[in-house]
Design a protein around this ligand. Structure first.
Ligand code: GLC
Length: 700
């Protein structure tokens, strides 16, 4: 009893001044609060727990936790929030976070699919809707966008990003940040940095790369996110050049806060601070905590290693001012979100916002744009709605859950539209076979006029901790595919996946190949819209599709080498058992109409060309601009994307598309900084990274 009384007295004495009125500036309110906080309360703000961790409610009531993640729903978050706001001493509200990666309840295509739209406004809209739904459910911070460049499709997390290219990735990163943060919501650019370059495509594996590769390829999307005002950054699990990202002064202090002047806060990834021990750069939890907080990691996700800092401060090993700096950044974010004034979610509003019609319609439209048609031999597509009987076959043909891919937050599989349901909404002459019984599937195909074969990865095969050493169609799908093709019926192959797959046999033997990645809640409708031509496909690859795993890493913006491949000359850079070129290149995708490029003009740094829709159907074309510096102090890539534009052309319409190349587009990293060197440059305007009109320009 005594102890409680003492605690009460000390607490009431400490509470010497109430929170300043809202009129005081955020900084003044932050300072006033910090001066009242005990060391334990300060550390509490740096701790991030999942809602299911033991006694989160009790900790919140004592000011022992600052953020709760993996909880969602207005009622659920409000219950925890009351513990913090009504029971704790200083009533600092909790910040609720979740992995709202491609939708909260209305699920959009996976980010690799959204990247295939080459439409930043689509990314921005998807993020804005996701934030609106999440916010209505009490979530005010998402661990997105994931902006890791990935050039190794063995890595399961290529699904979560925007592919292999820093220019496209930067445009998408900025768009997601604008969308998520449009209305009192925090985004988080992750995983800082170079986590996507894990050796051998094996998740969590080491990363080793030159400063030049880091600066030119892996950092630009993070810089774009910071320039777009992203409020938080999450460190990666990886070690970069043997220094774990979660204790990396070069990344966090020199680059992020030093060069880029990032003023938000940095969150660790899940248990990544404690894992500094596994990285063998710390022997104890306290050493790990000291390394992380000194490097600039403000918040500790999941394992509360930061609680060991109390002793470090009391034993004089850490100045309390270091902790104050982190607390300040987190409190500022909470004030900026208005959490002190409006800490609760509105359950009534939640019901009206989730799955709102305009959200579902947007999910369908964005899914339509995200679908890439890779082959359409003999114009088999679009299918006619009275094309006789359509056999819909395959393990993914009637799977609703797999439409959502990975990281689908509070999306519900039962609310997703499968391929079969999408096709049923177009026509009734359908036969269905799952395909696990190949003979039965063959019979179904033989009785039909055309086959739509839906194959690929299950959603749970992609995302985190889902690296694959082989990229073939999983299970018995290849056998199923060959048996169906052997029936001589025309086959449309629909491949759903979270990454490129090595489908060389299909590319040579199947007339039509459609790649919707994982298209989200409205995926089945969007796929059917494309298959029947209600929508003209426009998606283009944001990542190279290899012929084999043996080619990996394979990407278009590679260096020329001293012996560029020459099939006629043995001693040049190539394989004795494979072609060098990919199965499908970066930027590639077909339309049901035909776009023709002509009349490239270069004037100074302005480059333009005519694009004609030479077909009978209106359509969207993603016009791409690539540049190459022919000679420089260091070897430069054979091509780099430096512009793209999505245009809509009516049948027969011609339009001139113009790009202006900037200094930023021509700079490269040399030793200790960016530079532009004079010289001759090649430039291309075209439909993808291997075709286009070529010109040259000089930089004096
Ligand atoms: C995971 C992921 C990260 C995610 C976090 C919270 O391990 O690496 O992307 O945001 O934990 O779920």
């Amino acid at each position: 009893m005594i102890r409680k009384t003492l605690v009460f007295i000390s607490a009431s004495l400490l509470c010497i001044s109430p929170l300043p009125a809202q009129s005081a500036s955020v900084d003044q309110r932050v300072e006033s609060l910090i001066h009242q906080m005990t060391l334990e309360e300060k550390l509490g703000q740096l701790i991030q727990y999942t809602a299911s961790q033991p006694d989160v409610r009790g900790l919140a009531a004592k000011g022992g936790v600052g953020c709760v993640f993996n909880s969602g729903g207005a009622a659920q978050t409000n219950a925890l929030q009351r513990a913090a706001v009504e029971e704790s001493r200083l009533k600092i509200p909790l910040l609720f976070a979740h992995d709202v990666i491609h939708g909260y309840r209305t699920i959009f295509p996976i980010p690799l699919g959204i990247a295939s739209t080459w439409d930043p406004s689509a990314a921005e809209l998807a993020a804005r809707i996701a934030a609106k739904e999440a916010s209505a459910s009490g979530i005010r911070w998402t661990f997105a966008p994931m902006v890791d460049i990935a050039r190794d499709p063995r890595w399961g997390r290529v699904a979560e990003g925007a592919g292999e290219d820093p220019y496209l990735g930067s445009a998408m990163a900025a768009a997601y940040v604008r969308g998520f943060q449009a209305d009192s919501f925090l985004a988080c650019a992750k995983h800082f940095a170079a986590y996507g370059a894990a050796e051998a495509g094996r998740d969590y594996n080491s990363v080793d790369m030159s400063e030049r590769m880091l600066r030119q390829v892996y950092l630009p999307p993070f810089k774009a996110a910071v320039d777009a005002g992203v409020r938080t950054i999450m460190t990666g699990f990886d070690s970069l050049n043997a220094v774990p990202a979660t204790a990396n002064d070069h990344l966090l202090k020199e680059i992020l806060r030093g060069e880029w002047n990032f003023r938000g806060f940095v969150d660790s990834d899940y248990h990544a601070i404690g894992q500094l021990i596994d990285h063998a750069v710390a022997a104890t939890p306290q050493e790990a905590a000291l390394k992380a907080i000194r490097a600039g990691v403000d918040m500790d996700m999941f394992d509360a290693t930061y609680l060991t800092l109390a002793a470090a401060v009391r034993e004089g090993r850490l100045s309390e001012s270091v902790i104050d700096a982190s607390v300040r950044r987190i409190l500022r974010a909470k004030f900026d979100l208005g959490l002190f004034e409006r800490p609760y979610a509105d359950e009534q509003r939640e019901r009206s916002v989730l799955l709102a019609k305009e959200h579902v319609d947007a999910a369908r439209r964005i899914a339509q744009e995200s679908i890439v048609v890779l082959r359409n031999q003999g114009a088999l597509l679009p299918l006619s709605k009275n094309a006789g009987t359509i056999a819909v076959i395959g393990p993914l043909a009637d799977s609703k859950a797999d439409m959502l891919g990975s990281w689908y937050a509070f999306g519900k599989p039962e609310e997703a539209i499968s391929v079969l349901e999408g096709i049923r909404a177009k026509t009734t002459q359908i036969a269905y076979a799952k395909g696990d019984d190949i003979a039965a599937a063959v019979t179904t195909a033989q009785k039909s006029d055309v086959v739509v074969l839906a194959v690929g990865e299950e959603g749970k095969m992609t995302g985190e901790a889902s690296s694959r050493a082989f990229l073939d169609l999983p299970g018995n799908q290849q056998q199923l595919l060959e048996a169906i093709v052997a029936t001589q019926r025309p086959v449309v192959l629909v491949v759903m996946s979270g990454r490129p797959l090595t489908i060389s046999w299909a590319a040579a033997n199947v007339p039509a190949i459609v790649w919707p990645w994982f298209p989200g809640s409205q995926g089945g409708h969007a796929i059917a819209d494309i298959l029947f031509g209600d929508v003209n496909p426009s998606g283009k690859l944001p990542i190279t599709i290899p012929r084999s795993v043996g080619q990996i890493p394979i990407y278009y913006a590679h260096l020329p080498t001293g012996r560029p491949e020459d099939p006629a000359i043995k001693y040049t850079s190539k394989y004795i058992d494979s072609r060098n070129d990919p199965l499908y290149p970066f930027g590639y995708g077909l339309s049901y109409t035909r776009f023709e490029y002509s009349d490239l003009r270069v004037s100074g740094l302005t480059v333009s060309a005519d694009v004609l829709n030479a077909g009978e159907r209106d359509g969207d074309e993603i016009v791409q601009l690539y540049v190459r510096q022919l000679v420089a102090s260091v070897s430069r890539p054979v091509k780099e994307l430096k512009g793209f534009r999505r245009i809509t052309l009516a049948a027969g319409e011609k339009r001139r598309v113009e790009f202006t190349i900037t200094k930023n587009d021509l700079q490269f990293w040399l030793d200790h900084g960016w530079t532009v060197e004079p010289g001759t440059f090649k430039v291309w305007i075209g439909p993808n990274s291997v075709e286009g009109l070529e010109g040259t320009f000089e930089v004096k």
